[in-house]
Design a protein around this ligand. Sequence first.
Ligand SMILES: CC(C)(COP(=O)(O)OP(=O)(O)OC[C@H]1O[C@@H](n2cnc3c(N)ncnc32)[C@H](O)[C@@H]1OP(=O)(O)O)[C@@H](O)C(=O)NCCC(=O)NCCS
Length: 157
Amino acid sequence: MILKLNPISRVQLDRFLKSVTLSEEQEKYIGGIREYADSVKKREHVVGLLLGGIVIGILKLDPEYSEDYPFAGEKELGLSGFLIDEKYQGEGYGTQCLVLLKGFVMKNFVEASAVCLTVNFRNKGAIKCYLKSGFSDTGEIFFGGNVGPQKVMRLSI
Ligand SMILES: CC(C)(COP(=O)(O)OP(=O)(O)OC[C@H]1O[C@@H](n2cnc3c(N)ncnc32)[C@H](O)[C@@H]1OP(=O)(O)O)[C@@H](O)C(=O)NCCC(=O)NCCS
């Protein structure tokens, strides 16, 4: 089945958030499913990972990430709120999503020089997924997370 990244509407987002499940531990890493829709900033773009037309995962891209995160450069996009529905985890979709992300950013954010993110040190699954898809661990530590220190990771575009 075809896997692709597409911007999604508020209606599609709400529908996805109603049906998605994550473990309690995993929910903490994205700040909660119920809180997700309200946490989307006006300037952020919500992107869906579609498997044969069905949204199985989402992420947010912030073109003005450097306004809130001093480690990011002005031309660096911020990635956050990345999740794959529990029902589809462990099948490589998370990694494939991030591999597709590079092309998506090149096409839709032509000025972007990199994608930056923070990830909790304890979130081994996500860290592995980022490393497998080309992100590098910058060695910087961000202390602003809700559930402990975070690694700063970056993907050059
Ligand atoms: C992180 C996440 C998106 C990965 O999605 P996924 O579709 O399961 O990812 P993949 O199937 O591509 O797996 C990536 C790798 O991580 C490994 N992995 C998954 N969970 C793991 C865990 N808890 N501990 C160690 N490795 C783990 C997988 O085995 C795989 O490695 P492999 O290919 O060598 O076997 C998903 O777990 C998720 O939605 N987590 C909750 C939200 C979250 O933490 N988001 C990131 C916030 S920064």
